[in-house]
Design a protein around this ligand. Sequence first.
Ligand SMILES: NC(=O)c1ccc[n+]([C@@H]2O[C@H](COP(=O)([O-])OP(=O)(O)OC[C@H]3O[C@@H](n4cnc5c(N)ncnc54)[C@H](O)[C@@H]3O)[C@@H](O)[C@H]2O)c1
Length: 317
Amino acid sequence: MSNSYKISILGSGRVGSSIAYTLTVGGVCSEIVLVDIAKQLAEGEAMDIIQGTPFSNSVNIYSGDYKDVAGSDIVIVTLGRARKPGQTRIELAQSNVDIIKSVMPQVAEYAPNAIYVLVSNPVDILTYATLKVTNLSPNQVIGSGTLLDSSRLRSIVAEKLGISSRNVHGYVLGEHGDSSVVPWSLVSIAGMTIDAYEKAAGFGEEFIQEDNLMSMEKEMRESGAKVIQNKGATNYAIAMSVRYLCDNILRGGNTVMAVSSLMTGQYGMEDVCLSIPSIVNSSGLVKTLEPQLKEEEVEKLLNSANVLKNIISTLEF
Ligand SMILES: NC(=O)c1ccc[n+]([C@@H]2O[C@H](COP(=O)([O-])OP(=O)(O)OC[C@H]3O[C@@H](n4cnc5c(N)ncnc54)[C@H](O)[C@@H]3O)[C@@H](O)[C@H]2O)c1
């Protein structure tokens, strides 16, 4: 393997270990450090993955302490408590903010130049908390945000249309959670708007009917909880999303994706982290985009920002 990138993953639970496995299989980096307060768990996960590497790319995977994150190109944060069936992401907020407060200042000192990818929930709040409790710059701190939701939306639309999800582009914006927003005006199928694609494919008008779009939105929003209900956690799709994000950071992809970052006036939003389309490269999140949205879509986005701000106002950082 030719690259020599180092990625540290804080938290070796289902999400952290799945990310480590996915990064290994994808040949994204040459070194992975797993850190968890459950040291035996981190050690076991590292051993299990490394024992498969004769059949994959050569990656050095080991468990370590916070000091071992030094020299990381990327630090991925998956530690904390996960959502239980029926529990909202927000209910997790203060306990995971407290973990961020105790862990991130020291980690940021060991790896001041890394790009930080927040995954733990509530991800927008913890992205904000990380910026609050460290001196990291806003471009260095990226929340996976609605990257997963956008991928779920693309999969659902693709399934309905019977085409590859690679031909479906679109974003879920705002909170990674119940107040997320689907700007249907930005969805495109093979370079066409949805209605143009419908005509091109001879579908008639049934697909773009409001009911249909709303039911796809609902399915997207509820699918995470449904996976948790069925198997107790979500880990594979988030691992694949994070691998895509890391790959684009390390290879300087200049790729547009919906991820969470600190708002500084976009659409009139400030002092809150949430997802809007953004350009990611090796310097992190280098630019946010403000595509033109319909008036009601902007309203929903501002509502999502307010939902998050109201939660922030109840938390101690
Ligand atoms: N952003 C997304 O799209 C998305 C998707 C799935 C899961 N998640 C979130 O990812 C997080 C992890 O989920 P999971 O299923 O892996 O949970 P998990 O319980 O399996 O793993 C969490 C790990 O964090 C460790 N941990 C707790 N406190 C720690 C500390 N102070 N230092 C080091 N390690 C610590 C625990 O020992 C545990 O192994 C959750 O917050 C979950 O909600 C986010």
